[in-house]
Design a protein around this ligand. Sequence first.
Ligand code: FAD
Length: 208
Amino acid sequence: LGKGVAYSVKKKELYKDKNLIIFGGGDSALDWTIELADITKSLTLVHRRDSFRGSPNTETQMRELVETGNVNLKTPYVIEGIQGSSKVSGVSIKNFENKKIELMDCNEILFLFGLNKKLGPIADWGLNIVDKKVSVDTEKYQTNEDGIFAVGDINDYPGKLDLILCGFHETTLAVQHAYRRCFPGERVPFGYTTSNSKLHKKLGVKVD
Ligand SMILES: Cc1cc2nc3c(=O)[nH]c(=O)nc-3n(C[C@H](O)[C@H](O)[C@H](O)COP(=O)(O)OP(=O)(O)OC[C@H]3O[C@@H](n4cnc5c(N)ncnc54)[C@H](O)[C@@H]3O)c2cc1C
């Protein structure tokens, strides 16, 4: 820590007027590339292939910054080594295709490779799992096991987007069905946050 290598951004100011190299190809790498390109002296994004896992819109923004010369994009490259003794002074990167090594000077490195998804015991529950994601239907967001629901980034179905909004929608529908299972025959509570005073109270919202 403090030597020029980080796995998350704690303070943006740290990168002001620095030569920064970001490694990664997901949302974090793309988001921070866009966010920090304005304040760094130079910013290089290194990824092992020329396609990105992040949202297409963010990738477009990143590529626009490459076009305007604000971001230097290096693909298909992987990290080979880090130079510097007490503080980072550069990196060596290897071209994935021709295996040639290149040296690049930098003051700061950010490794943003994303989270390593581990399902733990969930993997042994007999659920249909594809690429570490649990398959669900889009009516109840239920898995192949009756009564086991999956919502949010962990689930998958045709058209799935890993967004908070989608997680909220999936949860709303899954909870409705889970409630019916738990309390058969009972009316499922339903209310609008705009007009339901009980919800206002729960959420601590004051309405005049
Ligand atoms: C850089 C970045 C920017 C983003 N920006 C946006 C945005 O602007 N708008 C938007 O809508 N979405 C955005 N997203 C996506 C959004 O963050 C996710 O869709 C959302 O957080 C998913 O919520 P979740 O609860 O399903 O999963 P998570 O938020 O990942 O929560 C899952 C939780 O489960 C825990 N967990 C993991 N494995 C296990 C296990 N085996 N047992 C028990 N617990 C476990 C984890 O520790 C974690 O706390 C962004 C994502 C990234 C990475």
